[in-house]
Design a protein around this ligand. Structure first.
Ligand code: NAD
Length: 323
C-alpha cells in the first residue's frame, strides 16, 4: 500500500485531498493545528500538531512516505492577506513550517514532496490591466509580489528548489490560483471572493443589494477544488519540479461573478460598491506550461463549480450544515 502525508489536512484543500487519496486506495496520515471544520477527516491517522516545531515534523514524517503534500500555511482571503495586520504572523509561521517540514522530509527520505505556492507571487505591475494580466511562470522575476504572503511563498518555492538541487529531494511546486468549493471557509474574515459572494447572495432577499469591495471590475479566475486536486496529484506523480500554475483560464470580473451567483440562486441582486482590500487589478492563470509539461490543464466551466459551492453555502447559511 502506498503511503501519503498531508500537511494542512484540517484545511479546505487538505481535507478534500485526504478524501481523494483514500479513494485512490492510499494509506493517509493528516496533520494540522485543527481538525477539518465541516466533516470528520477521512485520514487513517489524523495528528493535531504544530508544524512550526521540528519535533512535530519529525514525528509525523517518520518514514519514507511515497507522497508528501505540504499545504499548511497561515492564510486567508484578501481581508486577511492585504490589510497588513497579519504580515509578521503570515511570514513567520508559514516560513517556519516549510523550513521544518523540508528538513524532516529530507531526513526521512520521502519519495516526493509537493508544495502549494500561489498566484500571489506574481509581480503586481504585470497585473494592472484587468483584461491582460501576465501570469506566465517566468514572469515571476524580477520579483515584486504585492503582499508579504506572496513574498513568503516565493521564498519557500526557492527553498524547495534548493533542497531539490542540493539534497536530491523530489520537490514539486504548483502555484494555485483562487481555489474554491464546498467545505471552504465561508464566513469570519478569511473567506475568499467566491465563498463571500455566495454567502452574501444566500443571505439576501431578491431585490436587495450586497456589498462588493472596490468597483467590481477587478478580474480573477477561480478553480474548483476537484480540478485543483487533479492537477496537484498529476504534477507530483510526474515528478515535475515546476513551479507550474494550477488555475482556471476562465477570467471574470467580480461583478460578473456576482451576476453568475445571483442567476444560480434565482435572485435579482443589486450591487453596492464599498471600499475594501483589493489585491491586484487583474489575474488569470496562464496554462501553456502545464499543458505542455503534463498534457493536461483545468477545463471545467466556472459555473459548474459555483453551482455546487452555492448549494453548500446556502445550506450553511440556513443552518442545515452537512457536506
Ligand atoms: P486553509 O487555510 O484552509 O488550510 C491551511 C491549513 O494549514 C489550515 O487548516 C491551518 O490550520 C494549517 N496550518 C497553518 N499553520 C499550521 C501549523 N503551524 N501547523 C499545522 N498546520 C498549520 O487553506 P487552503 O485554501 O486549504 O490552502 C492550502 C494551501 O494552498 C496553502 O498553502 C495556501 O497558501 C495554498 N493556496 C491556496 C489557494 C486557495 O485559493 N485556496 C490559492 C493559492 C495557494
Amino acid at each position: 500500500m502506498r503511503h501519503a502525508l498531508v500537511c494542512g489536512a484540517g484545511g479546505f484543500i487538505g481535507a478534500h485531498l485526504v478524501r481523494r487519496l483514500r479513494r485512490e486506495g492510499m494509506w493517509v496520515r493528516g496533520v494540522d493545528l485543527k481538525a477539518p471544520e465541516y466533516a470528520p477527516s477521512q485520514a487513517h491517522e489524523f495528528v493535531l500538531g504544530d508544524l512550526r516545531e521540528a519535533a512535530v515534523c519529525a514525528a509525523v514524517c517518520d518514514r519514507a512516505f511515497d507522497e508528501v503534500y505540504q499545504l499548511a500555511a497561515d492564510m486567508g482571503g484578501a481581508g486577511y492577506i492585504f490589510t497588513g495586520e497579519h504580515d509578521a504572523a503570515i511570514m513567520h509561521n508559514s516560513a517556519l513550517v516549510n523550513l521544518q517540514m523540508l528538513e524532516a522530509a529530507r531526513r526521512a527520505g520521502v519519495g516526493r514532496i509537493f508544495y502549494a505556492s500561489s498566484a500571489c507571487i506574481y509581480p503586481a505591475h504585470n497585473q494592472q490591466d484587468p483584461d491582460h494580466p501576465d501570469c506566465a511562470e517566468d514572469s515571476a522575476y524580477p520579483a515584486a509580489p504585492d503582499s508579504e504572503y506572496g513574498w513568503e511563498k516565493l521564498f519557500s518555492e526557492r527553498l524547495y528548489l534548493a533542497f531539490r538541487r542540493n539534497h536530491g529531494l523530489a520537490a514539486c511546486i504548483a502555484r494555485f490560483h483562487n481555489v474554491f468549493g464546498p467545505e471552504g471557509t465561508w464566513s469570519g474574515g478569511r473567506e475568499k471572493a467566491p465563498a463571500a459572494i455566495c454567502r452574501k447572495v444566500a443571505e439576501a432577499r431578491s431585490g436587495e443589494a450586497i456589498e462588493v469591495w472596490g468597483d467590481g471590475e477587478q478580474t480573477r479566475s477561480f478553480l474548483y477544488v476537484d480540478e485543483c486536486l487533479e492537477g496537484t496529484t498529476r504534477l507530483l506523480r510526474a515528478g515535475e519540479a515546476g513551479p507550474l500554475n494550477i488555475g482556471s483560464a476562465e477570467m471574470v470580473s467580480i461583478n460578473q461573478l456576482v451576476a453568475m451567483v445571483a442567476e444560480i440562486a434565482g435572485k435579482r441582486i443589486e450591487l453596492r460598491h464599498v471600499p475594501g482590500p483589493l489585491g491586484v487589478r487583474g489575474r488569470n492563470s496562464d496554462n501553456r506550461r502545464i499543458r505542455a509539461r503534463l498534457g493536461w490543464a483545468p477545463s471545467r466551466p466556472l459555473r459548474e463549480g459555483l453551482e455546487k459551492t452555492y448549494a453548500w453555502i446556502e445550506r450553511q447559511v440556513r443552518g442545515l450544515g452537512g457536506v
